[in-house]
Structures are given as structure tokens and as C-alpha cells.
Ligand binder design. Structure first.
Ligand code: NAD
Length: 429
């Protein structure tokens, strides 16, 4: 979410698109179509507040492209939500679904509100009113929302319930992020972190490096990071450093143990926001270092899995020569300037929308299961996830090798080419 007023995420998304459109010589018609969303909805959400007054919130749903299948993307609640943020995120969803090769397009939604200042009843009222405004334009075969920043499975269930009341039937395929047992998929919690490591495993194979001969340093200790560490450690790798945000001190710290961090032990001293207790960590033999220290460790693998804008022009030089692979678990952790340096240093980059596509892939599995009303066991979900992530990685890395492209550019080329082809084959452009 951009708080810097001069930063426009949609202009950035369009600039990225233009660059790749030039690389692949995309025709003018496809360019015009793909630079902008297909459709967008802006609406008022009037809600009676707990004190009896009426508040009118603004809601958006943007459908960037659905040539490959129904739109897919979260609905976020945020006080600084802007239409351009939602447009950018919907475009990125189109590329993410395409690179993962799932039959879905890109969408995104948002409401300008701050859930911190809203009661549960007020939030429920916003969810239900949001669906009443948009229920004709979304649905299992049109546009499938999901949770995002400050929305949870509870918000998804309120939205589903309202949709089902309007359409008079059960449509669990309307929305994803539902709890297991009420239309959710097993494996969703693990999916993003495991997905990162499936792509990392393939990158190491390509570089002919054995996972057991590698060490990793990780930024973040939340959902993505913890499951990435779990699978990476199972593969034989050694995680030597993790970092997290400290709520009390309002700064971040890194926690290092050269013989490897013990995931269970660290989880035991971590709060639900992914913050590790410093004193308990020291007692367990961890060195507590400044927040930035995760980046300058003598390791083979870096996993930024916290937030955007973390590897920048100012700190990219701290990356040690030992680093061979960066797998971006977070969205947008590397700035374009730092990316250029990483490219020149020939560090193998697994870009965010490929590396962290495990989440949306499992959401797609949730939708498939919901539509057929038959739910898979964990092994089946994770097996299918591994297959999808591995083939997504192969398509991108094969093209990168063949055309001597940087991995991030290659991922964009694969994604944009797939979407443009679908638009062309349908006779749209
Ligand atoms: P989370 O809230 O579970 O965890 C975030 C972690 O980052 C916490 O440990 C927090 O302490 C840490 N953190 C916050 N600020 C930090 C800082 N300045 N320095 C170091 N650590 C810091 O979040 P998550 O779900 O794991 O998501 C992490 C990233 O992955 C985000 O960019 C998110 O958009 C992206 N992502 C998540 C999913 C998913 O399925 N969860 C899917 C795709 C992408």
C-alpha cells in the first residue's frame, strides 16, 4: 500500500508491462487492451454504524483481464486504499495466474476503511453491502474474490453467505480463503511457503547445487517464511538467520545461529504476528542482530519473505559473494535499481510472482474442489501444488536460458505472451 503520494503503483505496473511488450514486439491492439483493466466497478457502501449513524464507505472491484478464465484476486480493507493500487494489483494477478498456468485471470477489490476502528458487526455490514453492490458481476464463473490485507476467512464467509442469499443456492466456488470444513482447501496455509521452496529446489538443481550444501537467510517469520523454512530444512538445507518486526521496539531484528535455527523452538517463542521474543531467543543461544543483518549473511540463499522495498540501491552491495539464489517470497521486495545489480552479479533470481504463486495456485485448487463439492486430502493438494510450481518454474527458466533473459523478464514474457495469445485466439485483438 503506497503511503507516498508521488508513487503510483498502476503507473509502475504499466511501465513494467510496456517494457516487456517492447521485448516481445507485442502488437498495438494487444498493448492497448492489456495496459488497462477490462472493467472496473466503483460503488458506495452505506453502513449503519453501532452508534446509529450512517457511514458511507467507497468500494472497488477491478477486473483486469479474464481471457484465460474467471478473474481472481483478493479484497483488501485499508484506510489508504486507492483505485490505482487496486488496478495495479489486478494487473499483477493476471500475470501471476498466467505464469502459474492456472485457468484464471486477474482481479482485485478494496474498500477504503480501517478495520481497527470498526466493530465485527460493522465489518460484517460492509462485507454484505459490498456483495450486494457487486453480486451481478462476480461469481464462480466470472470473478472469484479472496482474502487480502486486513480481510480474513470470516469476511469471506459473510460475503459468501450474502451472495448465496441473493442467488438462492450454494455457491462455495464464489470465493476462496474459506476455512477447511466450510469449503476451504487443505494445504492453503503451507502453500505459499512450500511453493517458494519447490521453485528454489528446481533452481538449485539447475545450478547443480545440492540443498544439503546450502545455507539460507530469511527476512520475515510469518506464514510464508515459516513454511518455506520448514520445507527447506526438510530438504537438508540449513537456515542460519531469520528476521522479524519487533512491535515493542518498533524496529526489526535478525536472529542468527550458525548451526541452524530450530523452527519448532522459534515458533514456540513467536507471537501470532510473526514477532520473535528477543530475550527468550538469547536464552536459547541465538545472536540478536540489527534488522538489516539478514541480508549480509555468508549464505547461498536469500529468502525475502516479509514485505516490499527491502533490497534497495543502498543495501544491495551488502549481499555476500557466496549468495547464489534469491527467492522472493514477499511481493516486490527488490527495487528496480537493486534488481539491476543482482542481474549484473548473475545471482539466480526467482521473481515474486513466480516464487510466491503457490498461494494463488492453492486458491485455484480450493475453487475447483468447491465447484465439484469434493475435497482432497493434504497429500493430493501438495502433490498437485509441487507439479504446478515445478512446471511454472521450468517454463520460465527454459525461456530464460534459451533467450538469455533475466529470470524476472522471462517470467513476464511467459505471462504476457500467454494472456495476449488467449486474447488473440478469442478474436479480441
Ligand atoms: P505475515 O504477516 O504472516 O508475516 C510477516 C513477517 O514479516 C512477520 O514475521 C513480521 O514480523 C515480519 N516483518 C514485518 N516487517 C519487517 C521488517 N521491516 N523486517 C523484518 N521482518 C519484518 O505475512 P505473510 O503472509 O508471511 O506475507 C509475507 C509477504 O509475502 C508479503 O509481501 C505478502 O504480500 C507476500 N505473500 C503472501 C502470501 C500468502 O499466502 N501468505 C501469498 C503471496 C505473497
Amino acid at each position: 500500500m503506497a503511503t507516498d503520494k508521488s508513487f503510483n503503483p498502476f503507473r509502475m505496473a504499466q511501465a513494467q508491462f510496456d517494457k516487456i511488450a517492447d521485448v516481445i514486439g507485442l502488437d498495438v491492439g494487444a498493448r492497448k487492451l492489456l495496459r488497462e483493466p477490462l472493467r472496473e466497478y466503483h460503488f458506495a457502501i452505506p453502513v449503519r454504524m453501532d452508534d446509529g449513524s450512517i457511514e458511507v464507505f467507497r468500494g472497488f472491484r477491478v477486473q483486469h483481464n479474464d481471457a484465460r478464465g474467471p478473474c481472481k484476486g483478493g479484497i483488501r480493507f485499508h484506510p489508504q486504499e486507492t483505485i490505482d493500487t487496486v488496478r495495479a494489483l489486478s494487473m499483477w494477478m493476471t500475470w501471476k495466474c498466467a505464469v502459474a498456468d492456472i485457468p484464471l485471470g486477474g482481479g482485485k477489490g478494496g474498500v477504503i476503511c480501517d478495520p481497527h476502528n470498526l466493530s465485527n458487526r460493522e465489518q460484517e455490514a460492509i462485507c454484505r453491502a459490498y456483495i450486494r453492490r457487486i453480486s451481478r458481476d462476480i461469481g464462480p464463473v466470472a470473478d472469484v474474490p479472496a482474502p487480502d490485507v486486513m480481510t480474513s476467512s470470516q469476511h469471506m464467509l459473510w460475503m459468501l453467505d450474502e451472495y448465496e442469499a441473493i442467488h438462492d443456492g450454494h455457491y462455495p466456488g464464489l470465493i476462496t480463503g474459506k476455512p477447511v470444513g466450510l469449503g476451504g482447501s487443505k494445504g492453503r496455509t503451507q502453500a505459499t511457503g512450500y511453493g517458494v521452496v519447490y521453485t528454489l529446489r528446481e533452481a538449485l538443481r539447475e545450478l547443480e547445487i545440492r540443498p544439503e550444501n546450502t545455507r539460507a537467510s530469511v527476512q520475515g517469520f510469518g506464514n510464508v517464511s515459516q513454511y518455506a523454512i520448514e520445507l527447506y530444512n526438510q530438504m537438508g538445507g540449513r537456515t542460519v538467520c531469520v528476521s522479524c518486526w519487533d512491535q515493542e521496539d518498533q524496529t526489526s531484528y535478525s536472529f542468527r545461529r550458525q548451526d541452524g535455527v530450530d523452527l519448532q523452538e522459534l515458533r514456540g517463542i513467536t507471537d501470532r504476528f510473526g514477532g520473535i521474543d528477543k530475550q527468550k531467543a538469547r536464552d536459547l543461544g541465538y545472536e540478536v542482530l540489527p534488522g538489516e543483518a539478514w541480508l549480509d549473511q555468508e549464505v547461498e540463499i536469500l529468502l525475502p519473505a516479509a514485505l516490499e522495498n527491502q533490497i534497495t540501491e543502498e543495501n544491495v552491495q551488502h549481499i555476500k559473494p557466496s549468495v547464489k539464489v534469491i527467492a522472493e517470497g514477499a511481493n516486490g521486495p527488490t527495487t528496480p535499481e537493486a534488481d539491476q545489480v543482482i542481474h549484473e552479479r548473475r545471482i539466480f533470481m526467482i521473481p515474486d510472482f513466480l516464487a510466491n504463486a503457490g498461494g494463488v495456485t492453492c486458491s485455484y485448487f480450493e475453487q475447483v474442489q468447491s465447484n465439484m463439492n469434493y475435497y482432497w486430502e493434504m497429500d493430493e493438494v501438495l502433490g498437485k501444488l509441487d507439479m504446478k510450481m515445478t512446471s511454472a518454474f521450468m517454463a520460465v527458466s527454459n525461456l530464460a536460458r534459451r533467450n538469455k533473459l533475466y529470470m524476472r523478464d522471462s517470467a513476464y514474457v511467459v505471462a504476457i505472451d500467454r494472456v495476449a495469445t488467449a486474447c488473440r485466439d478469442r478474436g479480441w485483438v
